[in-house]
Design a protein around this ligand. Structure first.
Ligand code: MG
Length: 281
Protein backbone atom coordinates (compact mmCIF):
# COMPACT_ATOMS: atom_id res chain seq x y z
CA UNK A 1 0.00 0.00 0.00
CA UNK A 2 1.21 3.45 -0.87
CA UNK A 3 -0.53 5.03 2.16
CA UNK A 4 -1.41 4.02 5.71
CA UNK A 5 -4.01 6.74 6.23
CA UNK A 6 -6.37 8.64 3.94
CA UNK A 7 -7.99 11.86 5.11
CA UNK A 8 -10.85 13.29 3.10
CA UNK A 9 -12.52 16.65 3.08
CA UNK A 10 -16.24 16.23 2.48
CA UNK A 11 -18.20 19.24 1.18
CA UNK A 12 -17.13 20.07 -2.35
CA UNK A 13 -14.90 17.03 -2.44
CA UNK A 14 -17.61 14.36 -2.27
CA UNK A 15 -20.55 16.66 -2.91
CA UNK A 16 -21.47 19.09 -5.66
CA UNK A 17 -21.68 22.15 -3.43
CA UNK A 18 -22.98 24.47 -6.11
CA UNK A 19 -25.98 22.22 -6.72
CA UNK A 20 -26.60 21.77 -3.00
CA UNK A 21 -26.63 25.40 -2.13
CA UNK A 22 -29.90 26.86 -3.52
CA UNK A 23 -32.01 26.22 -0.40
CA UNK A 24 -29.08 27.31 1.77
CA UNK A 25 -28.86 30.65 -0.05
CA UNK A 26 -32.62 31.15 0.10
CA UNK A 27 -32.84 30.85 3.88
CA UNK A 28 -29.52 32.62 4.44
CA UNK A 29 -30.65 35.62 2.42
CA UNK A 30 -34.05 35.65 4.13
CA UNK A 31 -32.31 35.91 7.47
CA UNK A 32 -30.04 38.67 6.17
CA UNK A 33 -33.03 40.62 4.81
CA UNK A 34 -34.66 40.47 8.21
CA UNK A 35 -31.44 41.50 9.91
CA UNK A 36 -30.38 44.50 7.84
CA UNK A 37 -33.28 45.35 5.52
CA UNK A 38 -32.92 47.62 2.50
CA UNK A 39 -32.02 46.43 -0.99
CA UNK A 40 -30.26 43.24 0.05
CA UNK A 41 -30.75 41.63 -3.37
CA UNK A 42 -29.24 44.59 -5.22
CA UNK A 43 -26.28 44.78 -2.86
CA UNK A 44 -25.88 41.03 -3.09
CA UNK A 45 -25.76 41.01 -6.91
CA UNK A 46 -23.21 43.80 -6.90
CA UNK A 47 -20.99 41.98 -4.41
CA UNK A 48 -21.16 38.79 -6.50
CA UNK A 49 -20.03 40.74 -9.58
CA UNK A 50 -17.09 42.23 -7.65
CA UNK A 51 -16.11 38.86 -6.26
CA UNK A 52 -16.18 37.16 -9.64
CA UNK A 53 -13.79 39.69 -11.13
CA UNK A 54 -11.01 38.28 -9.00
CA UNK A 55 -12.09 35.42 -6.73
CA UNK A 56 -8.57 34.55 -5.62
CA UNK A 57 -7.78 37.98 -4.23
CA UNK A 58 -11.26 38.72 -2.87
CA UNK A 59 -10.82 36.07 -0.29
CA UNK A 60 -12.64 34.92 2.75
CA UNK A 61 -11.38 37.22 5.49
CA UNK A 62 -11.29 35.57 8.89
CA UNK A 63 -10.01 37.58 11.85
CA UNK A 64 -8.54 40.18 9.51
CA UNK A 65 -6.65 37.83 7.17
CA UNK A 66 -7.55 36.19 3.86
CA UNK A 67 -7.70 32.45 4.54
CA UNK A 68 -9.32 31.04 1.37
CA UNK A 69 -10.53 32.16 -2.08
CA UNK A 70 -13.89 33.89 -1.67
CA UNK A 71 -15.62 31.95 -4.40
CA UNK A 72 -14.36 28.51 -3.40
CA UNK A 73 -17.74 27.24 -2.31
CA UNK A 74 -21.22 28.70 -1.74
CA UNK A 75 -20.79 28.80 2.02
CA UNK A 76 -17.60 30.82 1.81
CA UNK A 77 -19.13 32.96 -0.90
CA UNK A 78 -22.09 33.83 1.33
CA UNK A 79 -19.74 35.01 4.07
CA UNK A 80 -17.54 37.00 1.69
CA UNK A 81 -20.56 38.67 0.09
CA UNK A 82 -22.05 39.58 3.41
CA UNK A 83 -18.74 41.00 4.61
CA UNK A 84 -18.72 43.23 1.51
CA UNK A 85 -22.29 44.37 2.21
CA UNK A 86 -21.54 45.06 5.87
CA UNK A 87 -18.41 47.03 4.92
CA UNK A 88 -20.31 49.04 2.39
CA UNK A 89 -23.11 49.88 4.78
CA UNK A 90 -20.80 50.39 7.74
CA UNK A 91 -22.53 47.64 9.73
CA UNK A 92 -20.99 45.50 12.47
CA UNK A 93 -17.61 47.23 12.58
CA UNK A 94 -16.65 45.20 15.64
CA UNK A 95 -14.70 42.26 14.25
CA UNK A 96 -15.53 39.73 16.96
CA UNK A 97 -19.24 40.56 16.82
CA UNK A 98 -19.24 40.29 13.04
CA UNK A 99 -17.41 36.97 13.06
CA UNK A 100 -19.88 35.55 15.55
CA UNK A 101 -22.81 36.75 13.49
CA UNK A 102 -21.39 35.29 10.25
CA UNK A 103 -20.60 31.95 11.90
CA UNK A 104 -24.10 31.79 13.35
CA UNK A 105 -25.68 32.48 9.96
CA UNK A 106 -23.56 29.75 8.38
CA UNK A 107 -24.22 27.09 11.02
CA UNK A 108 -27.98 27.83 11.20
CA UNK A 109 -28.46 27.66 7.44
CA UNK A 110 -26.01 24.94 6.44
CA UNK A 111 -28.42 22.15 7.45
CA UNK A 112 -30.94 23.53 4.91
CA UNK A 113 -28.65 22.71 1.98
CA UNK A 114 -29.54 19.73 -0.21
CA UNK A 115 -27.28 16.75 -0.41
CA UNK A 116 -25.98 16.22 -3.94
CA UNK A 117 -23.13 13.77 -4.28
CA UNK A 118 -20.53 13.97 -6.99
CA UNK A 119 -20.42 11.27 -9.64
CA UNK A 120 -19.10 8.00 -8.21
CA UNK A 121 -18.94 9.37 -4.66
CA UNK A 122 -20.50 6.28 -3.16
CA UNK A 123 -18.36 3.82 -5.14
CA UNK A 124 -15.18 5.69 -4.25
CA UNK A 125 -16.06 5.78 -0.55
CA UNK A 126 -16.94 2.07 -0.65
CA UNK A 127 -13.67 1.18 -2.35
CA UNK A 128 -11.74 3.15 0.26
CA UNK A 129 -13.67 1.55 3.11
CA UNK A 130 -13.11 -1.94 1.68
CA UNK A 131 -9.35 -1.37 1.63
CA UNK A 132 -7.17 -2.00 4.68
CA UNK A 133 -6.17 1.68 4.78
CA UNK A 134 -8.02 3.67 7.47
CA UNK A 135 -10.06 6.44 5.87
CA UNK A 136 -11.44 9.41 7.80
CA UNK A 137 -13.34 12.58 7.03
CA UNK A 138 -11.89 15.86 8.30
CA UNK A 139 -14.26 18.76 7.72
CA UNK A 140 -14.95 22.32 8.82
CA UNK A 141 -18.65 21.53 8.95
CA UNK A 142 -20.37 20.25 12.06
CA UNK A 143 -19.77 16.53 12.62
CA UNK A 144 -23.48 15.71 12.87
CA UNK A 145 -24.31 17.43 9.57
CA UNK A 146 -21.68 15.51 7.66
CA UNK A 147 -22.53 12.25 9.46
CA UNK A 148 -26.12 12.73 8.27
CA UNK A 149 -24.97 13.22 4.67
CA UNK A 150 -22.88 10.06 4.80
CA UNK A 151 -25.81 8.16 6.32
CA UNK A 152 -27.85 9.26 3.33
CA UNK A 153 -25.11 8.03 0.99
CA UNK A 154 -25.19 4.72 2.92
CA UNK A 155 -21.97 3.20 1.60
CA UNK A 156 -21.11 -0.39 2.45
CA UNK A 157 -18.71 -0.19 5.37
CA UNK A 158 -20.32 3.03 6.64
CA UNK A 159 -19.55 2.11 10.25
CA UNK A 160 -15.81 2.28 9.51
CA UNK A 161 -15.93 5.90 8.30
CA UNK A 162 -15.23 8.31 11.15
CA UNK A 163 -16.01 11.99 10.79
CA UNK A 164 -14.03 14.72 12.51
CA UNK A 165 -15.97 17.96 12.18
CA UNK A 166 -15.33 21.55 13.13
CA UNK A 167 -11.71 21.16 12.00
CA UNK A 168 -11.22 24.95 11.84
CA UNK A 169 -8.97 24.76 8.80
CA UNK A 170 -9.51 28.51 8.39
CA UNK A 171 -7.93 29.55 11.69
CA UNK A 172 -4.39 30.85 11.39
CA UNK A 173 -3.01 30.53 14.91
CA UNK A 174 -0.31 28.71 16.77
CA UNK A 175 -1.28 25.33 18.22
CA UNK A 176 -1.75 25.16 21.98
CA UNK A 177 1.41 23.11 22.16
CA UNK A 178 3.81 23.42 19.27
CA UNK A 179 6.35 20.78 18.30
CA UNK A 180 9.18 20.17 15.86
CA UNK A 181 6.80 19.05 13.13
CA UNK A 182 4.79 22.29 13.20
CA UNK A 183 7.87 24.45 13.69
CA UNK A 184 9.01 23.47 10.21
CA UNK A 185 5.90 25.00 8.62
CA UNK A 186 6.68 28.42 7.16
CA UNK A 187 4.36 31.38 7.75
CA UNK A 188 3.39 31.72 4.11
CA UNK A 189 3.79 30.36 0.61
CA UNK A 190 3.25 31.87 -2.80
CA UNK A 191 1.35 30.37 -5.71
CA UNK A 192 1.66 31.29 -9.37
CA UNK A 193 -1.26 33.49 -10.37
CA UNK A 194 -2.08 34.72 -6.87
CA UNK A 195 -0.89 38.09 -5.66
CA UNK A 196 -1.41 37.55 -1.96
CA UNK A 197 0.38 35.13 0.36
CA UNK A 198 -1.14 31.83 1.36
CA UNK A 199 -1.10 31.48 5.14
CA UNK A 200 0.11 28.11 6.31
CA UNK A 201 0.27 28.03 10.11
CA UNK A 202 -3.23 26.76 10.83
CA UNK A 203 -2.79 25.54 14.36
CA UNK A 204 -6.30 24.27 15.06
CA UNK A 205 -6.25 22.06 11.94
CA UNK A 206 -2.77 20.92 12.94
CA UNK A 207 -3.95 19.88 16.40
CA UNK A 208 -6.57 17.63 14.83
CA UNK A 209 -4.15 16.16 12.27
CA UNK A 210 -1.61 15.50 15.04
CA UNK A 211 -4.25 13.72 17.11
CA UNK A 212 -5.18 11.51 14.17
CA UNK A 213 -1.54 10.73 13.42
CA UNK A 214 -0.92 9.89 17.08
CA UNK A 215 -4.01 7.71 17.38
CA UNK A 216 -3.26 5.76 14.21
CA UNK A 217 0.50 5.69 14.65
CA UNK A 218 0.85 6.82 11.03
CA UNK A 219 3.39 9.38 9.85
CA UNK A 220 2.44 12.37 7.68
CA UNK A 221 4.63 10.92 4.89
CA UNK A 222 2.36 7.85 4.74
CA UNK A 223 -0.83 9.95 4.59
CA UNK A 224 -2.87 11.13 1.62
CA UNK A 225 -5.07 14.17 2.17
CA UNK A 226 -7.74 14.94 -0.45
CA UNK A 227 -9.82 18.09 -0.72
CA UNK A 228 -11.35 20.65 -3.06
CA UNK A 229 -9.90 23.89 -1.62
CA UNK A 230 -6.12 24.10 -1.64
CA UNK A 231 -5.68 26.65 1.11
CA UNK A 232 -8.09 25.08 3.56
CA UNK A 233 -7.55 21.39 2.97
CA UNK A 234 -4.11 20.85 1.52
CA UNK A 235 -1.65 23.67 2.11
CA UNK A 236 -0.86 22.73 5.72
CA UNK A 237 -0.75 18.92 5.42
CA UNK A 238 1.38 19.28 2.28
CA UNK A 239 3.92 21.26 4.28
CA UNK A 240 3.84 18.69 7.08
CA UNK A 241 4.96 15.99 4.65
CA UNK A 242 1.65 14.42 3.59
CA UNK A 243 0.80 13.81 -0.05
CA UNK A 244 -2.09 15.97 -1.17
CA UNK A 245 -4.74 15.59 -3.83
CA UNK A 246 -6.90 18.37 -5.25
CA UNK A 247 -10.29 17.26 -6.58
CA UNK A 248 -11.22 19.79 -9.24
CA UNK A 249 -14.52 21.60 -9.74
CA UNK A 250 -15.72 24.51 -11.85
CA UNK A 251 -14.72 27.05 -9.23
CA UNK A 252 -11.20 25.72 -8.70
CA UNK A 253 -8.87 28.68 -9.13
CA UNK A 254 -5.86 28.44 -11.47
CA UNK A 255 -3.56 29.31 -8.56
CA UNK A 256 -4.81 26.28 -6.63
CA UNK A 257 -3.83 23.97 -9.46
CA UNK A 258 -0.45 25.69 -9.77
CA UNK A 259 0.15 25.38 -6.02
CA UNK A 260 -0.61 21.67 -5.94
CA UNK A 261 1.51 21.05 -9.00
CA UNK A 262 4.46 22.84 -7.42
CA UNK A 263 4.19 20.75 -4.26
CA UNK A 264 6.14 17.54 -3.84
CA UNK A 265 3.53 14.82 -3.47
CA UNK A 266 0.80 17.04 -4.92
CA UNK A 267 -1.58 16.00 -7.69
CA UNK A 268 -5.07 16.72 -9.00
CA UNK A 269 -7.88 14.95 -10.80
CA UNK A 270 -11.20 16.05 -12.26
CA UNK A 271 -13.08 13.29 -10.46
CA UNK A 272 -12.93 11.25 -7.29
CA UNK A 273 -11.44 8.20 -9.01
CA UNK A 274 -8.15 10.07 -8.94
CA UNK A 275 -7.99 9.46 -5.19
CA UNK A 276 -8.21 5.70 -5.76
CA UNK A 277 -5.55 5.81 -8.46
CA UNK A 278 -3.18 7.62 -6.17
CA UNK A 279 -3.82 5.20 -3.36
CA UNK A 280 -3.28 2.25 -5.71
CA UNK A 281 -6.82 0.96 -5.13
MG1 MG B 1 -14.48 21.29 0.82
Amino acid sequence: MRYDLILLDFDGTFTDVEKEADPFFASYKAEVRELIGGDVDGDWAEAVATLEQNPGEFGWVFEGQVVAPGNADPYLRATVILNMIFDRRGLYPNEAERTELLQGLYFRNYPKADTVFRANAKQVVETLLASPVPTMVVTNSATDDVEAKIDRMAPTGRERLKVYGNAKKYIVAEPDESDACFERVPETMRAEGLERDILLRRGRYYELLRTLWKETGVKPERTLVAGDIFELDLALPGHLGADVHLVLKDKTQPFERAAVKAMEGGAESPGLEGILERAGL
